[in-house]
Each structure stands twice: as C-alpha cells, then as structure tokens.
Design a binder for this molecule. Structure first.
Ligand SMILES: *Cc1c(COP(=O)(O)O)cnc(C)c1O
Length: 799
C-alpha cells in the first residue's frame, strides 16, 4: 500500500471510508490521521510477527528495559521515516490536498514521563531497534500522562492530560497474556516434599493487561516491542470487598503518572505502581524464556534486565522470590542469577531525590518481598562486617534497611552487577563522593555511560532542512554512523555553507515566531538572538538566575540610554511539579517580568520574554531547531547529565552553561572557543557545601546589580504580584541561596556579554554553530546504547 503514491492514495481513500465511515470530503484531520496510522501499523505487522518469531526461536540474549516512564512523544513521523515511506505519503497526501504536517498535529503527544529520564528511555528504544538489538521496553500504560499545563494570569494550572481520548492506533491489547499481580495479604509457610515453602495468602489481586507498541528501527525489518501494562479488575477479586471500591483502587494503579520529577509522593499508590510494573514484566519475561529453555538456572545467560533508576528496583527481590518460591532454588543458587541478570542506572545525586520507603508502608503491601529484602540486607551487612569488622558507622550508612526505611538505591547497587552514572562528571561524583563506600566495596561495579539522544527524532525528523544540508555536504554516511558528522568541520569557515546554515536557522526562527504569535500573541524579532531555556522547573536548574539576569538587562537599559544591546528573545518552557511552590512562583515571576519588559516602549524593541505553555516533546521539536543560545545553567554537580543540552548542540545552538553534567563533555568536544562556560565548578560547589564559607548576603550588599533585582522582587515593582515573590527573595537571602545564584551572577552576566559580542560577528557565530553540529555525533543514543550492549548487557545485534 506504500509502493508508490498512486497505490497509496487509492488504499488511503478506501480505508478512510471503511475506518472512519465518512467520505474523504467530510473527513477531519483526526479521521485522516487515524486511517493513516492504522495503515502503517498493519504494514509493520508482518515484520513485527517475524521479529517475534525469530526472537522466540533464536537463542540470542535479550535485554528488557524496565522504566516507570517513557516520554515517547508522537509516533507517526518517526515511524514513517523509519519505514522510509515519508515521501510517498507526503506526496500522495499533497495530491489529495492534505498536508502531512496537519495529520502530524492530530496525533496526541504520548507524555508518559516527567522529563529527561523518561525521554532517555524513549531514545534508547529507538536506538535499540535501529541497531537491531533484541531489546524491549516495559512500562505502565498511564491513562493520563504528565498533566497539561495552562497558564492563567501568569500562574500554572494543571489539567488532566488525555492522550487516549481518541484511542491509540499504535497499540495492541493482548488480553490473553494478562498477568495477576498480588498486593497485601500475609505469608505462610507450608511443608512441601520435605521443604519449607512460602505462600502468599489472602492477597488482593489485580490484572495487568499488556498493550504492545511496535518499536521500529531506521531502515531495518527488525521490530522490538514496548509493552505497557494497564491495570484492570481480576476475576479473582476479593469477595469481602465492595467490587466498585476494588475496581476503583485497581484502575488507579495505571491512572496517572506521578508528576513529581524528583521526590516521591502519593506513597502507597506509587509503590503499587512499581511492584505492578516489576511483577507483570518479570512474569512475562520468564514465560517467554520458558518456551525455549527449561529451568531458570541459565536465565542470566539469555536475559539482561535493566532498571532505569530505582523505581523498578523491586525486580531484585521479586526475581529472588520467583526463583526460590516458585522454582525451588536455594538462596545461594538464586542470588548470583539475580545479580548477573540485573543492571542499574543512577540518575541523580540529589539526596532528597534518592528513593526510600517507610517500612510501615512497605511491609503490609508486599509481605513476602519485604522478607526477602530483609534477608538480602542481613547477608549484605554480614559481608560488610567481615570486610570492616567493628565499623558500625559504615555499615549503618550502607545498609539497605535502616532507621525504618528501605533504601532503594542501596538495594539496586547490591542486587545488580553494574551501576552506571549518566555522564563522566556524574559518575566520578558517584564513585568518589556520594557512593564511595559502595565503590570501594564493589570496585568493578561502577561505570559511566554518557547519555545520548536519538538523532533520528532530534535532527532528521525535527530539522529536515538541516539534515538534508548535512547530507549534501558530507554524504549520508552520518545517518547510520553519527561520528561521521565530524566531516563537517572543514566546512565550518566555508562562507557558502555558513550561508546555508544561516538560512535554515532563519527559516526555523520564522516558524517559531509565527507559533509564538499565534499562541502568545507576542510579536518577536526574527533576527533577534533566540535564547532558550526549556526543561522541568527546578531550583537547581536555575531558571531564576536567567530571569534575574533579564531583570538586570531591563534595569540597565532604563538607566543607561547609551546601552542598547543586540535584540534578544528569551524563551522559556517548563512545568513545575504541582506541589512545588517555589517552582510555581518562578513561573509567575517569568510572566511578571515578561509583562513589564515586553510592554515598555523603551525596552520592547530589544528584549522580549516568552513563556510557551505545556512544554512537551512535540513542542521541544519546534523550539530546538530555532534556537541560537542553549541555556544549561544548573548549579555545578547537580545535573546528572542533561539531554536537552545535546539536542540543542545537534541543531547548531551554542551552549551557555556551567561545567555540569554532559556540558563538560560538550565543552571538551567543541573546545573553549565554541561554548560559553561560566560559574563555579562542581568541586567548588561541593567544597562550599561541606565546609561553608559562602554568604549570599555579601554578594547582595556588594553588587549593586544584584541588590537592585533582588529588591525588586519584594518592593512592589511587580504590580500584579505584590507578595508572590517574597519566598523567592527569602531563598536567596534568608536561606543563603542554596544553589549559588548570586555567587554565579556576575560571571553569568559577563558570559551573556560575550554571547552578544560573538553573535554580532556573523561569521564567527556561524563557525561556532557548525562546530557544535559537527561534534554532536558523539551524543547519538546509538553510541550510548552500543556501550550498554557491549559492556553491561553483553548482547549483539540479531542478524
Ligand atoms: C529532552 C527533554 C527533557 C530533558 O531536558 P533537560 O534539559 O536535559 O532537563 C525534558 N522534557 C522534554 C520534553 C524533553 O524533550
């Protein structure tokens, strides 16, 4: 049906009438999108079935990637590109007077994640399939993804997201493969064949129903699967309980994604979600395994299970439970199988974000799992005692269960064979500081895998013009081998190539300007510097520092009539966790500053501030190609890696950032002349945190610029928000500015000047931009996933 555009048009028209029951003339974009989606999924089916067969029969080792989040975004375009039928479809639809981009917009954005961690999982799926690696994702089919953000009078309001409202053409519900998941109840032991057996009694069971989504790679027949579990009432529901109550509690498990980016909340439900994901996934993995292999003694030779952060860490005790209680293994037999199967990625060193669960909550919910964790902890502490006799402090610090809590990171380290950080700096901090005790005890377990992004979505799909220009300069080899993008380096100073790059950026800026006009009713100057900070709103990411600097620019223009900078458009996009008061106030502040700056006749030609609401994957795809300056300004040591930084670099934006996360590696690759680095280094921040010595008051009193902007927060300068910003001012002064904004302010301001100066020199700027594109190949998630496959999972392509 996609052989050529005539065949495509004929089948499209026929299918449209069949599926939507409307004539073409009366059909909406949504009808058309739905029809096209169904056609594409049908087209994939043959390969999907073949891949599944091959995987069942073959004896290849496979990896299963467990993640509580998958921030997929839209799937239509990436699927068309991977199948290499985008052009046929595009031309066929054009003949019919339909724009493919309109159908693209009709697809809901699957936002089953909060931010970087969930987007990483989605990029990895794309890379695993493209590298023809047998790797499948397991997650939860949240009925409502991350909340939809509305801005009302400058304040964030959260609405439930509804991506499934019009169905999901990409998924297939597999009711026959559903799995029972038990909660609560109690543990009994019974004697069976002279052995003690544990049984979980009086449990409340819910049904986990798989919804499978095909995961295609670029230009390959290989198709992996993303299996998302939905919670439904079980036939074996607890008779003592009111059915409606039980149904409600059950469905809640896959109702909402937790919108809490860093810390944990909504405790019991969140914990239920974790066990639900883990149990259903393990049982399904083992069921498949048993079709080919008898017992589980060689499980780890054929199966790798990766846990994306600690949310799926219950896979460790659950696999122990299955091997011991169901397969009849001894502890000593089961434990090496578990640790050799499981590997773990750490995503944060913010101590408030390290997961821990109160035993009071945990134990009643999973009585048998809790027993197993106790045993793991007992044996681990014994090993510690043998190694460090008498060192109670160390044992207390490293224990899995301590002070009434289960520590999920400790469980994850002890129960896996590999622990990786997500950027060089982050891994070093884990090894040398935060987890140095564990690194000493398990010296070979820690390793680094610097994050990556799929260049197929973040360049080929979202910036076709740039991708085509790269191909015409250096050929198409870079598409499958992104390191070849370095071949662009000789073009960096080439005037003709610079002009092409300039034109592409300008086109994308015009498109974004049109979107901003349409959405925010703000007119922006397309030749201004597009300076962008889009990411979750968090104190450590320091959106506040960005806003304070904009306030300073404004003040300076008001005071000094000779100061008229190159026009700049500051663009923000960010969701704040619903309960995160500080973050929400910063959103309000951005709006209040925008209101003043954008409307003051003296400044509005020079500075515009734009907040684009409801930041999401599909919005990122529109903003990033239009960006000149990528703001990556986290307090050094706090951002594990960042992946936004990589997307911008690949699209020719120049980074203005601290030496944090993967910024360090970006700086190494492009060299100091092609990046703007400022501020404290990670070791300086950690030094202050340990030994003190930073007093934000000094910076407030000694730097007039700082005093002025901080005072404006509470002086009535913002007429629409008289008292809103007092807590922000307090965080900077009373609470001694935990994230070192005032400390870094001067060097941040100075870098902005350097940016403006560099931008004014068109040739120099374009040369910087091309350098960034050329060096971005390293950050393809194909590189990252290849490293995981080789070093951690020990899997090879299915060929
Ligand atoms: C890439 C991405 C992120 C992560 O951005 P960081 O700047 O690394 O925090 C978050 N949300 C969305 C929608 C993304 O595409």
């Amino acid at each position: 049906m996609f052989i050529n555009k005539e065949v495509f048009k004929a089948s499209f028209l026929q299918r449209l009438e069949q599926t939507a029951s409307v004539s073409f003339g009366n059909s909406t974009s949504r009808d058309q999108y739905h029809t096209l989606g169904l056609m594409v999924r049908e087209y994939i089916s043959t390969n999907w079935i073949a891949s599944n067969e091959e995987s069942r029969q073959g004896n290849h080792k496979k990896v299963y990637y467990l993640s509580i989040e998958f921030l997929l975004g839209r799937l239509l375009m990436s699927t068309l590109i991977n199948l290499r039928i985008r052009d046929v479809v595009d031309e066929g639809l054009k003949d019919l007077g339909v724009e493919l981009s309109d159908l693209e917009e009709a697809e809901a954005d699957a936002g089953l994640g909060n931010g970087g961690l969930g987007r990483l999982a989605a990029c990895f799926l794309d890379s695993m399939a493209s590298l023809e690696l047998p790797g499948h994702g397991y997650g939860i089919r949240y009925k409502h993804g991350l909340f939809e953000q509305k801005i009302i009078d400058g304040y964030q309001v959260e609405l439930p997201e509804q991506w499934l409202r019009n169905g999901n053409v990409w998924e297939v519900r597999k009711a026959d493969l559903a799995i029972e998941v038990p909660f609560w109840g109690d543990v009994k032991w019974v004697e069976q064949n002279g052995k003690l057996q544990f049984v979980h009694d009086h449990a409340e069971t819910v049904l986990a129903v798989p919804f499978d989504i095909p995961v295609l790679g670029f230009n390959t027949d290989h198709v992996n699967t993303l299996r998302l579990w939905g919670a439904e009432p079980s036939k074996h529901y607890p008779l003592h309980k009111d059915f409606m109550q039980y149904k409600k509690e059950t469905e809640q498990i896959s109702e909402f994604l937790y919108p809490n980016d860093m810390s944990n909340d909504g405790k019991i439900l969140r914990l239920k979600q974790q066990y639900f994901l883990v149990t259903a996934s393990l049982k399904s993995i083992i069921r498949d395994f048993k079709k080919n292999h008898g017992d589980l003694y060689h499980f780890h030779e054929y199966v790798a299970i990766h846990i994306n952060d600690t949310h799926p860490a219950l896979a460790i005790p659950e696999l122990m439970r299955i091997l011991i209680d169901e397969e009849g293994m001894r502890w000593e037999e089961a434990w090496p199988i578990v640790t050799n199967t499981i590997s773990y990625t750490n995503h944060t060193i913010l101590s408030e974000a390290l997961e821990k669960w109160s035993i009071d909550l945990f134990k009643p919910l999973f009585p048998r799992i809790y027993m197993i964790i106790e045993e793991i902890n007992k044996r681990f502490c014994k090993e510690l005692w043998d190694e460090y006799p008498g060192d109670w402090d160390r044992i207390e610090q490293m224990a899995i269960i301590a002070h009434g809590y289960v520590k999920m990171a400790h469980l994850s380290i002890v129960g896996s064979h590999s622990v990786n950080g997500v950027a060089k700096l982050h891994t070093e901090i884990l090894k040398r500081r935060e987890m140095s005790n564990f690194n000493e005890f398990y010296p070979y377990r820690f390793n680094n895998k610097t994050n990556g992004i799929t260049h197929r979505r973040w360049l080929i799909q979202s910036n076709k013009g740039l991708a085509d220009t790269i191909s015409s300069a250096i050929g198409i080899g870079w598409i499958t081998e992104t390191e070849q993008m370095k071949k662009l380096l000789p073009f960096a100073a080439d005037a003709a190539f610079q002009e092409e790059i300039n034109q592409i950026k300008l086109n994308r800026k015009q498109e974004l300007a049109a979107l901003i006009h349409q959405r925010n009713n703000i007119v922006i100057d397309e030749t201004s510097i597009f300076d962008v900070q889009i990411k979750r709103l968090h104190a450590y990411k320091r959106q506040l520092m960005n806003v304070l600097h904009i306030m300073h620019l404004y003040n300076r223009m008001k005071e000094d009539s000779s100061y008229r900078p190159h026009p700049r458009t500051f663009i923000f996009g960010a969701k704040a966790a619903p309960g995160y008061d500080f973050a929400k106030r910063v959103i309000k502040l951005i709006h209040s500053v925008a209101k003043i700056v954008n409307n003051d006749p003296l400044t509005k030609e020079y500075i515009k501030v734009v907040f684009l609401e409801n930041y999401s994957v599909s919005l990122a795809e529109k903003i990033i190609p239009a960006t000149n300056v990528s703001e990556q300004i986290s307090t050094a040591s706090k951002e594990a890696s960042g992946t936004g930084n990589m997307k911008f670099m690949m699209n020719g934006a120049v980074t203005l950032g601290t030496l944090d996360g993967a910024n360090v590696e970006i700086a190494e690759l492009v060299g100091p002349e092609n990046i703007f680095i400022f501020g404290l280094k990670a070791n300086q921040v950690m030094q202050y945190e340990r030994h003190g010595g930073y007093h934000s008051h000094d910076y407030y009193h000694n730097d007039r610029r700082i005093k002025q902007v901080v005072d404006q927060l509470t002086s009535g300068f913002f007429e629409d928000a008289y008292y809103d910003f007092e807590p922000i001012a307090d965080s900077l002064l009373m609470e001694n500015d935990q994230y070192f904004l005032l400390k870094d302010f001067a060097s941040y301001q100075d870098s902005h000047e350097r940016v403006a100066e560099a931008y004014a020199d068109r040739k120099r700027w374009l040369e910087m931009s091309i350098h960034n594109i050329a060096q971005s190949g390293f950050f393809s998630s194909d590189r990252t996933v290849s490293e995981y496959a080789k070093d951690i999972w020990k899997i090879r392509p299915n060929r």
